[in-house]
Design a protein around this ligand. Structure first.
Ligand code: KE4
Length: 428
């Protein structure tokens, strides 16, 4: 066991060898300040830090841990799979069984391909959309995040529906020239864009419930409008359900809102905390994917047997009766408690929630678009986050993220969280 004991000491060591001391930027706590908790182990709703403290966890690995950490069924499945070897680079029965399960739970997915991350799933979906339609342009929405593909790391340009302006260094301006960016929840803007350029557009991609602005639900009619608009212009509707898939309903946001996309992307829960991404949809589209068709996409660890074992065990657990009713009850309890706590502390907070994804926005609502979200008080959120951490609650370390409730978050754990929040709002 290393002699390093504190989060600060580990962060000092980590920063010598990892950019910012982390393997993914948001983990560094730069949006909220302070030093991240270095996790030693986790189980159920709890993280145990190297600092010897126990925290109620609402990051949940940013979505995958819907059963709670180290769920026994998942642990057993992965341990068992490991005794048979970790990776073969050859087809296996288990990946077929996981694929069959996903097609059963999400009927719009008739055929799918597995990857090792949500980013790769989105890249695969948009490449096959371009290959299927023979068109180049992709449309996304401001505030929606779809992983790290160059042409998706873009924000809206100066005007409405303009070509994407790269948000990351290292992305050539020209790369943004195939991505058009619209305001979320603005069907009118989408209609104008399609009227002008519909026949050049291969796909429109969105988070059907945005988690990456913080939780922003679709306005009534928005998803239906996009479905009709893309169909009218021969563009594909792509639901990025990496976060919402198996989260906001067993069949994802498409089941919750009754919309059938042409392609869907999954990640997070479908891997049960191990690296699995999935893209899939209409058979005639997916038959374009190599080796069947001309759209190339591959991956050494795609369909990895350990990851597939974790994903299958997780999805199977989610098919049990009452799971989503329990998640809804606990999440509603937390929402009501946070709302009441912020009111008592006279702190202007807008709580937005869909299922077990929840965000306290520190400002007036409703938050319908990125412009709305961008106005909230990030510093107040940062003070609240630090106070919650002191109270033993590990909330996502950024205002524009979703908190996640798991099946391990009992009524009592939610009540403890609310009590912590009451104190934290007083310090926000
Ligand atoms: P990954 O490549 O990180 O597996 O998935 C990318 C992705 C795609 N689509 C949506 C809707 C997503 O939310 C994500 C990843 N989500 C972030 C959380 N906001 C992952 C956390 C991180 O980047 O460390």
């Amino acid at each position: 066991m290393s002699e390093t004991k504190t989060n600060e000491a580990w962060m000092e060591r980590a920063q010598r060898v990892l950019p910012g001391g982390v393997n993914s930027p948001v983990r560094a706590f730069r949006a909220v300040g302070g030093v991240p908790v270095f996790v030693e182990r986790a189980e159920g709703a709890y993280l145990h830090g190297v600092d010897g403290r126990r925290y109620i966890d609402y990051v949940g690995s940013w979505g995958p841990m819907i059963l709670g950490h180290a769920a026994p069924a998942v642990v057993r499945a992965v341990q068992d799979a490991m005794t048979r070897g970790s990776s073969y680079g050859a087809p296996t029965a288990v990946e077929v069984e996981l694929a069959e399960l996903v097609t059963k739970l999400v009927p719009s997915v008739e055929m799918l391909r597995m990857t090792s991350s949500g980013t790769e799933a989105v890249m695969g979906a948009l490449r096959v959309a371009r290959g299927f339609t023979g068109r180049d342009l992709v449309v996304k929405f401001e505030g929606c995040y779809h992983g790290g593909a160059d042409y998706l790391l873009v924000q809206a340009g100066s005007g409405l529906a303009t070509f994407g302006v790269p948000t990351s260094a290292g992305v050539p301006a020209a790369i943004g020239g195939t991505t058009l960016v619209l305001p979320f929840n603005d069907l009118e803007a989408a209609k104008q864009l399609f009227a002008a350029r519909g026949k050049e557009i291969a796909a429109l991609i969105l988070e059907p419930v945005v988690g990456n602005m913080g939780v922003v639900p679709p306005e009534p009619g928005f998803l239906e409008g996009l479905r009709a608009l893309t169909a009218e212009h021969g563009a594909l509707l792509v639901f990025d359900e990496v976060m919402t898939g198996f989260r906001v309903a067993l069949g994802g946001a498409q089941a919750r809102f009754g919309i059938t996309p042409d392609l869907s992307c999954f990640g997070k829960i479908v891997g049960g905390g191990l690296p699995v991404g999935v893209y899939g949809g209409r058979r005639e589209i997916m038959q374009k994917v190599a080796p069947l068709g001309p759209v190339y996409q591959a991956g050494t660890l795609s369909g990895n047997p350990l990851a597939v074992a974790a994903g299958r065990a997780t999805l199977e657990a989610l098919t049990a009766p009452g799971v989503y009713e329990t998640l809804e009850a606990r999440s509603a309890q937390l929402e009501a408690g946070l709302r009441e706590a912020s009111r008592k502390a006279s702190v202007p907070v807008t709580i937005q929630r869909v299922g077990s994804m929840i965000t306290p926005f520190f400002g007036p609502g409703p938050i319908r678009t990125w412009t709305d979200a961008d106005r909230v008080d990030r510093k107040a959120f940062g003070r609240w986050h630090a106070a919650m951490l002191r109270e033993g609650v590990h909330w996502p370390p950024a205002q524009f993220e979703a908190g996640f409730v798991s099946l391990a978050h009992t009524e009592e754990i939610c009540a403890t969280t609310i009590a912590a929040a009451q104190k934290a709002f007083a310090e926000a």
